[in-house]
Structure formats: structure tokens, C-alpha cells
Design a protein around this ligand. Structure first.
Ligand SMILES: NC(=O)c1ccc[n+]([C@@H]2O[C@H](COP(=O)([O-])OP(=O)(O)OC[C@H]3O[C@@H](n4cnc5c(N)ncnc54)[C@H](O)[C@@H]3O)[C@@H](O)[C@H]2O)c1
Length: 257
């Protein structure tokens, strides 16, 4: 599908993988809508790219509806929905002090990562479904979700995060089947270790990142956000990619810790 002249909404578009995706899609002719909690970064990026920023909590129905409405209001047909908003922190099922994983933080991770992804997918798809098909196949648009390799081989302390990302993986096939009726493809990318602000910037972050890179097979480094963005664009541009879960990880297989 050609991005030129289409609108694309990107959750988590103010930072990291979402930001790189917004830059790449804009460079290939899309009008981007950055839907993110981070107003300062999101607005300055949208201004730079000639797009629109909408302050959005992906888990909130009204806020996501407003962001999708803003995408429709650009006057370009909304054809692309990229879910990249996400959070995560480490807590064990039973902590070292013997206390159980707190339920509030588990719920929060599911709420943002899984329910937030579904929320934008459903509201975004309803808007994409109202556009005219653009080719002989009857295609209207594409949804790209961001899960994680942790969905498949979650590490110690990743029980909430892995559950949320595993849910995104699990939604991929049924969502693609549901949305075939309206000419929308659905794919999910599972990144390994990509160098974004999610790991922080302090000295500990560098040490942590070095440890994470050790099991990467090749190339022996973290992935680059621009490489992720390139994959998102490839999935959008290749019309036969559908209902697929794609590892994007330099061959890494996560170890228990
Ligand atoms: N960086 C990696 O190595 C890696 C690996 C696997 C999966 N991922 C996933 O990729 C996605 C992007 O991660 P990143 O590394 O770019 O992180 P990041 O922290 O750089 O960016 C995440 C963005 O999501 C936004 N966000 C958080 N909660 C939100 C909410 N409720 N509503 C709207 N926006 C919200 C943040 O403001 C931020 O701009 C996440 O879903 C993450 O789990 C990242």
C-alpha cells in the first residue's frame, strides 16, 4: 500500500520506536498523527513533521476517539494505525521478600499495553473502514502492533509485561480475520532489544543495555529505531503481509534473566 497522501496515526509516537516510525512514514508521504501522553515531545515532533499531535492516553476511550477524529480531520484518508505506546517494569510473581506481585501494577501494564492497543486498533479500524478501497483487492488500510520478544520468552520479573504483549500476539490472527471484511491487514512486530529511551540514560542504563546485548546473535548490537521503522513501512507497503507475528531481534533468544 502506498503511503503517499494517506494519514497514519501512531500511538507512543513521541519517543523511541513510535517516533522513528512517525519520521519514516512522514518521509514517505504520510500525514502523521502522533498520539502520546508526552505533550512536549509529541507536539514538537508533529510540528517538525507537518503532522498533528493529540495528547492521548491509549487506554482511554474518549481520548483515542479524539485522536482518531483528528486523523480523519486531516482530510487525508486514514489508512495506517501503528500501536507503539507501551510501559513495563520488573516485578516477580513472588518478590524476594516473600510478598506477592502487587495487582495494581499488573493491571496498569495490561491496561496500557494490551487494552490500549486494542482500543486504538478497534477505533482506528472503524475509521479506516469508512474510507474508499484503494486497489483491486479492496484494501483500505493496515494496522501494525508492537508486542515484544518477551511475549514469547519472558524473563524473570516480566510476568505483567509478557502477559500484555502475549495478548497482542494472540489478537493478531483473529483481528486480521475480523478486519478482512473491511479490507484491513493486521500484523504484529516483536522487537528484541532496540536502543530507545525506554532503557533510560544514566550510567546504570548503559551497563544494563550491555548485559542485554550479550545474547544477541548478529549483528552484535542493539537494534536501531530506524530499523524498526523500516520494518513497519515494509509491512505496510507489502500487500500480502497479513495476520503475521514477526520477530525483529538480531536472532536473540531471551535468557531467564
Ligand atoms: N525498545 C525496546 O527494546 C523494545 C523491545 C520490545 C518491545 N518494545 C515496545 O515498543 C514500544 C515502544 O517502546 P520504546 O522503546 O519506543 O519506548 P519509549 O519509552 O521510548 O516510548 C514509549 C512511548 O509511549 C508513550 N506512552 C506510554 N504510556 C502511554 C499511554 N498510556 N498512552 C499513550 N502513550 C503512552 C510514552 O509517552 C512514550 O512516548 C513499547 O510498546 C515497548 O513495550 C520496545
Amino acid at each position: 500500500m502506498d503511503l503517499n497522501g494517506a494519514a497514519a496515526i501512531i500511538s507512543g509516537g513521541a519517543s523511541g520506536l513510535g517516533e522513528a516510525t512517525a519520521r519514516d512514514l512522514a518521509a514517505h508521504g504520510a500525514t502523521v498523527v502522533v498520539a502520546d501522553l508526552n505533550e512536549e515531545r509529541g507536539k514538537s515532533l508533529a510540528d517538525e513533521l507537518g503532522g498533528v499531535f493529540v495528547k492521548t492516553d491509549v487506554s482511554d476511550e474518549q481520548q483515542v476517539q479524539a485522536a482518531v477524529d483528528a486523523a480523519v480531520a486531516t482530510g487525508r484518508p486514514l489508512r495506517v494505525v501503528v500501536n507503539s505506546a507501551g510501559i513495563g517494569w520488573a516485578t516477580r510473581t513472588v518478590n524476594r521478600d516473600g510478598s506477592p506481585h502487587d495487582l495494581a501494577s499488573y493491571r496498569k501494564v495490561i491496561e496500557v499495553n494490551l487494552i490500549g492497543t486494542f482500543n486504538l486498533m478497534r477505533i482506528g479500524a472503524a475509521a479506516v473502514a469508512k474510507t474508499e478501497p484503494i486497489d483491486d483487492d479492496g484494501q483500505r488500510g493496515v494496522i501494525v502492533n508492537t508486542a515484544s520478544v518477551a511475549a514469547l520468552e519472558g524473563q524473570t520479573g516480566q510476568v505483567a509485561y509478557s502477559a500484555s504483549k502475549g495478548g497482542i500476539v494472540g489478537m493478531t490472527v483473529p483481528a486480521a480475520r475480523d478486519l478482512a471484511a473491511v479490507g484491513i491487514r493486521v500484523n504484529t512486530i516483536c522487537p528484541g532489544i532496540i536502543d530507545t529511551p525506554i532503557y533510560g540514560f544514566n550510567a546504570n542504563a548503559e551497563e544494563f543495555k550491555a548485559k542485554l546485548v550479550a545474547p544477541v546473535v548478529f549483528p552484535k548490537r542493539m537494534g536501531r529505531p530506524s530499523e524498526f521503522a523500516h520494518l513497519v513501512r515494509s509491512v505496510i507497503e507489502n500487500d500480502y503481509m497479513n495476520a503475521e507475528v514477526i520477530r525483529f531481534d538480531g536472532g536473540i533468544r531471551f535468557q531467564p534473566k
